[in-house]
Design a protein around this ligand. Sequence first.
Ligand code: ADP
Ligand code: MG
Length: 730
Amino acid sequence: MSTRRILAMQQVVNREPLENQRKSDKVSNYYGSDVFGQDAMREFLSEEAYESLQNSISHGTTIERKMADQIAACMKAWAQSKGVTHYTHWFQPLTGTTAEKHDGFFEPIEGGRAIERFSGNQLIQQEPDASSFPSGGIRNTFEARGYTAWDPTSPAFIWGGTLCIPTIFVSYTGEALDYKTPLLKSLHALDKAATDVCQYFDKNVTKVIATLGWEQEYFLIDSALYNIRYDLQQTGRTLFGHASAKGQQLEDHYWGSIPERVVAFMRDFEYECHLLGIPVRTRHNEVAPAQFECAPVYEEANLAVDHNQLLMDVMEKVAIRHKMRVLLHEKPFAGVNGSGKHNNWSLGTNTGKNLLSPGKTPKTNMQFLTFFVNTVKAVYEHADLLRASIASANNDHRLGANEAPPAIMSVFLGGQLSNVLDELEKAVHSGKMSPEEKTALKMSIGRIPDILMDNTDRNRTSPFAFTGNKFEFRAVGSSANCGWPMTVLNAIVAEQLIEFKKEVDGLMEKNGVEKDEAIFQVLKKYITQSKKIRFEGNGYGDEWKAEAKKRGLSNIPTTPPALDAMIDKKSLHLFESLGILNHRELEARYEISLETYTKKIQIESRIIAEMVNNQIIPAALNYQKGLIESVKGMKDIMSASEFKKYSESQMDLIKEISDRVSLIKNEAVLMTEERKNANNLDSAKKQANAYNEKVKAYFDSIRYNVDKLEAIVDDAQWPLPKYREMLYLR
Ligand code: ADP
Ligand code: MG
C-alpha cells in the first residue's frame, strides 16, 4: 500500500476517542436557546419594541428608525449575555452557499478606550462590496456596491460565536442577487393568491403560508481518506474509483443499525441544530453504504430554507470535529445511490388548516380539491421551469439515473385520488349540472377518506408526488439551496390560483353560474387539461420514457438545455407579472447558472487530467516496470518453452497496462483541447453547451480505463483510497 494510504488508514484506526456525550439533557431545556426568538424578545425588548417587531414579522410593517435602534441594542445585549463579540449579516448569494462578514460590536472612543455598540442602521442595512459575488452581468464594475437588508421574519441566531442576522442581498439598483429575495416575493404572491381563493370556502382565512419540510441526504467519509482524494476535496465527488464488490446490492444499509461513530456525530450536530432552533427530528441510514438522512419537522418555507442552509454548514463543521467529512454532493460515488433533498411542500392558513389535507366533509374537500388540482395544473403548465429549477452539473448525475426521479416531470397522485379526479372529470359535462350529478359529485368528493394519509402509495420513483397531505418534490439536489425550487413552485401555484379565481369569478358574474358549480366546472377543465402530467407507474422504467415522449412531455437530462426554460416567454411572464423577478434579474440568474455549470465541469476536467498524469499513470507504469523486470528475470532462468508458457499472463498484463495508459493519455490530451476550444467561445450558453457535449464526453471513457487499471494494479501501489475503503465507516 502506498505510504500516503497507510498513513491515512492509521489515522482511521488511531482516531481520538469519541467525544463524551454531554447531551443527556432534555432537548426542550435548550431548544432554540441560541435564537433571538419569542423568549429572548420578551426578555430583552420593551413592550413597544416587541409589538413593533411582531407587527413587522406578521404583517410586513416597517420598523421605525428609533425602534430599530432599540431592537438592535437589545439584540446586542442578548448576544453579549452569551459571550458574543461580533455580528454579521447572513445571506444567500447565488453561489449556493451562505455568506458572512463578521464585524465587532466594539468601537474605539476618545481616550484610547472602546465601547460596544450596535445601531438600528447596522441591524437593518449594510453595504458589502458585492463585486466578488455572482451577478450575471447586472452589476458593472462602476457599481460594486450591493446591500443586505434585514429579514425580520427569520430570527437572528448565534452560530460560531457570532450574532447572525438573516438578510436579503440586492444590488445597489435593487436587483436581487440572492435566493431569499425572490423566495420572499413568491411567498407573498402565493399568500395573496391563495387567501383570495380561500374566500370561496372560508371567510376567516386572512393569510396563507407555504410550509416546507426538507429531507436532507448526505454521505460521510473518514477525513483521512478524504484528505488524499483531490477529486473529493475539489469537486465533491470521486472522479475515479472501481466499484466495491459489496455495494448496496444486499440492501442491508437502509434503515440499518447506525454505526456508533456516526450516531455520535448525529447527536452532536443535532444538538447544535436544536440550539439554533432547527427542528431536526428524524435520522436514519439511507440506501447506499455510508449514506444517511436527516429530516426536520416542517416550518414556514422561508425559515425552513434558512434552516436548511444553516444545517448544511453545521453538519460540515461538526463532522470535522468527528474526523469525518460530510459529502453533500448529489453523486459522490458512482454505482451507488446519489443524494437528494426531498422538499415536502404544503399550504397552511392562519386558521390552522393544511389546505392540502383532505377534509371530512364535501365542503372542506372541495377546498382541498381546489388547491390539489390547481397545484397539479401548475406543474403541468410549468413542468420545464420546475425541471430547470433543480438543474445543476451535480444533479445531472442523479436525475435519470436508475435511482433517482427522472428528468421527466410528472405528478404522482396515488390510486384513490386518481380515481376521484377521474370521476370528477366524467361526472361534470359542460353546461348546467343536474341535481343528480351534483349529488354524485358531492358524494365522490365527500368520500375521500381521511385515512388517505396513511395509505397513500409510496411511489419513490416520481419526481413530484402527493403524499397524503403535502406534495413532495423529490428531484431537488442534496447540495442545492432549496429556496430556488421553492420560489418556482410558489410562483407557479400563485399564478395558477389567480387564473383559477379569474375563471370562477367570470363564470359566476358573466354566466350567472352558482359558486360551487363554477368551481366544479373550472376544476374539471383543469383535470382534463393537465392529465398528461399524471403518472402512477414506475418512473425509472424505459417504458415511461417512451410513454412520456408520446405524451409530449420533455425529458431533458442535462443542465444547459434544461436551463433554457428559465428565460422562455412563459417564465418571464410568470415572474414579472407576480413581481418576483424582472427579466434582467431572470436573465442574470440564467447566465449565472450556465457559468456555474461550465466552471464545475471545467474544474472536474482539470482534476481528471491532473490525477491521471500525476497519480494514475505513474502508479500504473511503476507497477508495469516491476512486471517487465520479472519477465526479464524469467527469461534468464527458464528454458524457452517454460518461458513461453509462464510469461504469457504477465505479458498480457504489461500490454493491457500499456494499452490503457495510452488510451487515457490520449483522451486526456483531447479533452484538454476541447476545453481550450470551449473557453474561446463567446457566450455563456455556447460554453456551457460545449462543456456538456464536448468536454464531459471524455469523462466516462477516461474513468473506465482508470478503473480497469485500479482492478489490476497492485493494491499497495495504488495511490487513491478505494471505494471499498471509503464507503465503510469503521
Ligand atoms: P416520509 O415522507 O419520509 O415518509 P413524513 O411523511 O413523516 O416522512 O415526512 C417527511 C417530511 O415531510 C418531514 O420533514 C415533515 O416535516 C414534512 N411534512 C409533513 N407535513 C408537512 C406539511 N404539511 N408541509 C410541509 N412538510 C410537511
Ligand atoms: Mg424520504
